[in-house]
Design a protein around this ligand. Structure first.
Ligand SMILES: [Fe+2]
Ligand SMILES: [Fe+2]
Length: 360
């Protein structure tokens, strides 16, 4: 037998709708050279659409004349089924007739094959239609994935809006800037630690969402504390600090690969490298990397932003603080990365100014 099969290709199904069992058998024998194909037979026109819907094959080979039905009408029936949108329909005919051929194509057939052509041609044509079907499926899946990602992103920003109802500093602008700065820090860190591009890109996508949600635990803190003008007393401060644990709890019980990084960042973004942070006084690399990164990005953005109680700090003052706090508040390596990439970080801050985001 000729070696036409591609061992890395995915398996696919072919449904042969023909009242003559010997044709189904002949197709099965011809396609046996392709180890990825599974051939299914259907001998009655009345069963064909239901069988096709149940199987959702890559290719349907449809006989033109059957005792209990018309092949061209079946082509139209397949084409009207949304669940068969990715299936290629190929008409198998005993005769070559230009008018019938044109009619078959007009009804949505992808090909018209006289039964049965030489082995190599037949297998190549079926494989071509199976590939077209797969490409169509991938396009549809990609479109669905994009739509789902848009829903997820919308919901995430709605969660940020919920947190902002409690804490007015928790704006979409702030979280976008924290996410953008975190990405710069992570990419530089990943380069220094020789992560592959694939690893870097997938982790970076998780970090972005986790960074956006870093303070979402503030939904659990009372307005009287979060909106209190002036200093909090010790008890109020302890209550406010609960937002880290509450944020971690929101992502408890892993349902997707986002939950763990989001929980780590929410819970640990106020931990400090020297062990003096909260809620668990973790130190050094006990603090998850993403939380160490977001800690740097969050403080950097807060210092550079106007708050009710302070004006934005000038850049030199912020740089000085990060140099001094390296190894105390912040991971020294990440402080160094921040200072080395500060122009790029400032570009992120410029890209998400506060008033523009409020308008969104
Ligand atoms: Fe926080
Ligand atoms: Fe924040």
């Amino acid at each position: 037998m000729s070696e036409l099969a591609n061992p890395t290709a995915e398996r696919y199904d072919v449904l042969v709708v023909d009242d003559q069992p010997m044709i189904i058998e002949a197709v099965r024998r011809l396609l046996a050279t392709d180890t990825n194909v599974r051939v299914h037979g259907c001998g009655r026109a009345v069963d064909a659409v239901a069988q096709a819907i149940a199987l959702r094959p890559a290719v349907i080979l449809q006989d033109l004349t059957m005792p209990d039905g018309n092949g061209l009408d079946l082509v139209s029936s397949y084409r009207s089924q949304p669940s068969l949108a990715e299936t290629s329909v190929v008409v198998l005919s005993a005769t070559e007739d230009a008018q019938i051929k044109a009619e078959a194509f007009a009804r949505g057939a992808a090909d018209y094959i006289e039964k049965l052509p030489p082995l190599a041609e037949f297998v190549a044509r079926i494989q071509h239609h199976a590939l077209a079907s797969r490409a169509q499926k991938q396009l549809v899946n990609a479109a669905v994935a994009v739509e789902r990602a848009q829903w997820a992103e919308t919901l995430i920003f709605r969660m940020v809006e919920m947190a902002r109802l409690r804490d007015p500093t928790e704006t979409a602008g702030h979280v976008q800037r924290v996410a953008g700065i975190s990405k710069i820090l992570f990419r530089a860190w990943a380069k220094a630690h020789v992560l592959t591009d694939i690893e870097c890109n997938s982790k970076q996508a998780l970090l972005r969402i986790a960074a956006i949600l870093h303070d979402v635990g503030k939904v659990g803190i009372a307005d009287a504390i979060l909106k209190k003008p002036g200093k909090l007393d010790a008890e109020e401060r302890a209550t406010m600090e609960r937002h880290a644990e509450i944020g971690g709890e929101i992502f408890f019980g892993k349902r997707s690969e986002l939950d763990d990084p989001a929980a780590e960042v929410a819970r640990c973004h106020h931990e400090k490298w020297d062990g003096s942070g909260y809620p668990h006084k973790l130190r050094g690399e006990e603090i998850p990397l993403f939380a160490r990164i977001v800690a740097v990005a969050d403080v950097y953005d807060a210092l550079g932003s106007r708050r009710a109680y302070k004006e934005p700090w000038p850049r030199e003052r912020i740089e000085k603080l990060f140099a001094e706090e390296a190894g105390k508040h912040f991971d020294p390596e990440l402080s160094e990365i921040l200072l080395a990439n500060i122009d790029e970080v400032e570009q992120v801050r410029d890209a998400f100014p506060e008033q523009e985001i409020h308008a969104k």
